[in-house]
Design a protein around this ligand. Structure first.
Ligand code: 5GP
Length: 216
């Protein structure tokens, strides 16, 4: 039987360094990274078809109506969604595909592709998350506070993910993600035994507590 690619969905707190992580991961290991559609305006340096397909609300809604998206969500006033064709084609060709999407979308993907693994990437501590947002220097304190508050909400969904990956050192995190995908591929293409996941309860409770303490 020919090998089918595995689908990995990666989410994480905004500002946790996911963008850099994805870039490194696909550069080093040539995974297929799906390009999403969005209605938000491009940031400087972003190219249509590379970072996103930048669409009008009308165009996006047409894609919804035509069922051309695997999942979609509204996030901070804009639509974001994953086009179906690319993902389905790559998986059928045996290529592993990564979606870097927010939580509401990730949970929708699980309904459609129950075999997809859901990975949540997080900095080691809430303090570190805040420091990364501050050192990026792209947002003012009010915007940073908004992202931190969103992180409190997002942390409530962490227990629904299959894996939690701590993004402490970038290179280590890239390796951990790669190994996780490789293992998943072997599992899905052979025994299909249950996933070997760790118990993340303690870490989740710790970071939830830290986030709340920082913003109490
Ligand atoms: P940004 O505007 O910073 O590029 O992305 C904002 C959020 O949208 C990020 O959390 C990112 O993961 C998420 N996102 C990007 N593409 C998609 C998508 O196709 N679907 C969903 N549900 N979220 C997406």
């Amino acid at each position: 039987m020919s090998k089918r690619g595995v689908l990995t969905v990666i989410s994480g707190f905004s500002g946790a360094g996911k963008g850099t992580l994805m870039k490194k991961l696909v550069e080093k290991y040539q995974y297929g990274l799906s390009v999403s559609a969005t209605t938000r305006t491009p940031r400087e340096g972003e190219v249509h078809g590379r970072e996103y397909f930048f669409l009008s609300r009308e165009e996006f809604e047409q894609m919804i109506d035509r069922k051309e998206l695997i999942e979609w969500a509204e996030y901070v006033g804009n639509y974001y969604g994953t086009p179906k064709t690319y993902v389905e084609e790559q998986l059928a060709q045996g290529k592993d595909v990564i979606l870097e999407i927010e939580i509401q979308g990730a949970l929708q993907v699980r309904d459609i592709f129950p075999e997809a693994s859901l990975v949540f990437v997080t900095p080691p501590t809430a303090k570190e998350l805040r420091e990364r947002l501050v050192s990026r220097g792209t947002e003012d304190i009010a915007a940073i506070d908004k992202r931190m508050n969103r992180a409190i909400e997002e942390s409530k969904f962490m227990p629904q993910y299959d894996y939690i990956v701590i993004n402490d050192k970038l290179e280590d995190c890239v390796e951990e993600l790669h190994q996780l995908i490789e293992k998943e591929e072997q599992r899905q293409n052979s025994t299909n035994a249950p996933r070997e996941t760790k118990d993340y309860k303690e870490f989740i409770l710790k970071i939830q507590k830290e986030l709340k303490e920082l913003y109490a």
